[in-house]
Design a protein around this ligand. Structure first.
Ligand code: SF4
Length: 181
């Protein structure tokens, strides 16, 4: 009995009887995109919505991201959810700096992205004031479907990213604006 197995997201490449060839960056991108290890930096209600995204109904494990990490050294996706006070800013930045490259940042909800309703002296008006952000998820709180959409956008980014994008002058210049080497 022959089984016809078709990969769902096959990268571009050459194929023939018994072989498939593609470029290394596409294979690396595919592996990275489907094995993201999130670090949930959750400070308030958006974190609860993320817990719902992890649970059985929405099941983030379907996207290869079920392995959460609470150590920045073993994570490649920083998910910031909730109100970030100015006092907490340096800690968030330290967590970001401790993560190894390549790494991505997802800002979930109005508070993390812009301070939300908390336009006060003590609240950071958006985490992109201290660290670079790759994807923003709007809403207060965003629904789990939106979180999944954000993860899919990060996956697209990781797939299409050249292996050494982080070594480009443009990327280094962007980090330099944050004072990060
Ligand atoms: S965006 Fe809304 S739901 Fe999310 S942490 Fe802020 S107040 Fe809570």
């Amino acid at each position: 009995m022959s089984i016809d197995i078709q990969p769902k997201h096959k990268p571009e490449g050459l194929e023939g009887a018994g072989y498939f060839a593609t470029s290394l960056d596409k294979v690396v991108g595919l592996a990275r995109a489907n094995s993201l290890w999130p670090l949930p930096f959750a400070t308030s209600c958006c974190g609860i919505e993320f817990m719902a995204t992890m649970a059985s109904h929405y099941d983030l494990a379907r996207f290869g991201s079920e392995r959460l990490s609470f150590s920045p050294r073993q994570a490649d996706l920083l998910m910031v959810m909730g109100t970030i006070s100015k006092k907490m800013g340096p800690i968030l930045r330290q967590v970001y700096e401790q993560m190894a490259e390549p790494k991505w940042v997802l800002s979930m909800g109005a508070c993390a992205s812009s301070g939300g309703i908390f336009d006060t002296y003590s609240v950071l008006q958006g985490i992109d004031r201290i660290i670079p952000v790759d994807v923003y998820i709007p809403g207060c709180p965003p629904r789990p479907e939106q979180v999944l959409d954000g993860i899919l956008k990060i996956q697209e980014l990781t797939k299409s990213e050249a292996i050494r994008r982080r070594d480009t002058p443009e990327y280094k210049a962007m980090l330099a604006t944050y004072g990060i080497e």
